[in-house]
Structure formats: structure tokens, C-alpha cells
Design a protein around this ligand. Sequence first.
Ligand SMILES: [Zn+2]
Ligand SMILES: [Zn+2]
Length: 346
Amino acid sequence: MPSECLFRLRTWRWRLPASLGLIMSLTTPTSSEPLPVVISWRQGESAASYLLRATSRNQLSLAWLRHAAGVPEGGALRASDSPLLAWLTSTDKHRLMDAFAAPGRWNGRPSVVMNGQTILRSTAIRSTLKPQLCPLCVRETGYCQLIWEFAHITVCPVHHVNMVDFCAQCGRSLVWDRPAIDMCRCMRLIGLSNSQNVWAPESLLWQYNTYLANRLAGEGIWKWPGVPAWLDFLSLDGVFQIVRAFGARPGPFAKPMDHSTRKLTTARSQQICIRGLERLARLELDRDLSSEVQEGELVSLAKRSFRANDTDVATWLLSRLFGSGGVVKAFTPSLMAINPRQLDLF
Ligand SMILES: [Zn+2]
Ligand SMILES: [Zn+2]
């Protein structure tokens, strides 16, 4: 057993009252041994899905695993817990770490690496405490995919249905602490929501989700009429940020929707994406969108990106929508020092 794991197990046992520790030792397997039933990974599976399947196959709960790993009650299991979690489930710790949204640093600032993508803004990734899934995929394959943790994935590219982040039976948000991968904590199967929409292949939203899924799978970028071709120049971090900048305001001059990770639901994220895609389509028709776009999000991308194209496109959009002075200047004088290359996107 790795030494850091032993230390954490000792810490956990020390925290337990003696009587509770005795009861647990009589009723549950000891956490000083790996789980007896070992499962294998499925393609593109998320860490939380793997851990939930591993514990339920052993007739245990994620709460047990969290206790065994020394994670506080109700807390999320994280990439930093991988050494002990991998040991408990008899898997490779690097394989497990890759299936988490792992904290990273970019230019000294916090970032997240997930599915091989560097993401600078936490709003692009859903809270680990608020999972979403496609009930039809889960029914067919028996696991949850890592790409479902990206906030802009709101439609299943395979089944064309909305991702689901709450239980249609009990109305509560889905959580990872549930009896089985396809079952809500109310003990009923997780199904499609009652107001289920099936998205046609012509819809901007399905095309955008399929485009993202292809990019996240590292496949060639297919052309979709509903997705501006110039988004291909950008990192996915840049794509998410631009769609959000265009979609966050419900209407002209309206206050932008709160899309912080804590508040983000599938429905809210989907509304932002639909508006963002519709406005991007209108941009190509040369419409004035200055009252509908959230300029602060574009400024953020212009100032902080890890790909020159992201900065260039954000700066170009700012000058096209808001002119070279005015709003842009008020936001950040330093932005005016950026000299965007001549971009010919349309
Ligand atoms: Zn599906
Ligand atoms: Zn339920």
C-alpha cells in the first residue's frame, strides 16, 4: 500500500469514534484491502462513473469509498485522491487521474485539464457534485462518459435527447451518491425528463453538441452549417467562451445569466448555448449585436488564452461589435495595446 495512503487511512480511523469504528469493521470490508471484485474501464468513462460502478459491484456505496479515502462527508472525489482510490479499486492511478477534471496551472494561474483539453475557465466544466447523463446511453452501455462533464454538452449526439441532471420521478438533482449507475437515490431508474425534446439533425444545438463530441474525441472536425467554421481556429476553451459571451444575455441590454458552476444546470447551459449559436449565425449576416453580447467575456478571452488564435478572434470580435474605443476601452486600456492580426473569418 502506498505510504501516503496508509497515512490517510490512519488519519481516517483516528477520527472515527471507537464504537462506530467497531460497528463499521464488523459490517463492511476493511479499507486496508482492495475491493475484491475488480471491474475494467469503459471507453471514455469518467472517474466518478468508474468508482460508482466499482463500489456498487462490491455491494458498497460511494460514501464507503469516500470514508476509506479520507474524503469529508459529501465532498467530491478528486484527482488528488487517485493514488488511494486506484489502490482500493485495483486500477492504474494515472488511468484514474486522467478520467478526472484535474487541476493544473497555466502561466501561474489555475486551470483544469480534462479529456486532454486545457480549460482556463471553470465555468466550462460542471460541478462534480451535479452530474448529468443520457439515460438512453447509460441503459445501453452501463456507464457515464467523461465528456458529459463539459457544461456545453447538453444533448446526446447519439440519441438526440437532452442530457438529464435531475430525476423525473422525485424531482431532485442527480448525484453520484446513488445505488447504481442508472438509478436515482430515490431507488427508481433515471429516465428522460417529461418534457423531453428530440433534437433534429438540422438544429443548431444538436450540430454544436456533435461538433464538440467530435473535437473531444480527437476526431476530424466535421463541418456543420449551424457551427461557424472559424470556431475551428480556436481552442475548445475559446469556443466555450465565445458561445457563452454571445448567449449569456437573455435579451438586448439584459443582465447576463449567472453561469457560475454552482448555479449551472443542464437547462440553463442549454439556453445559453442556443442563444449563443443563434446570435453567431446572425453575426455572419452582419447584424448589430452589441447590445446582446457580453463584452466582458470577450475581454476575458482576449486577455487570457493559451492560443494566439483565441486572443486574435476575441479582439477582432470586440472591435467589430463595439468599435475601437468606447466599451472596449472602458473595460481595459491594456487591450488596446493588442494589435490583432488581420482576420478574414467570413
Ligand atoms: Zn445517448
Ligand atoms: Zn429520484
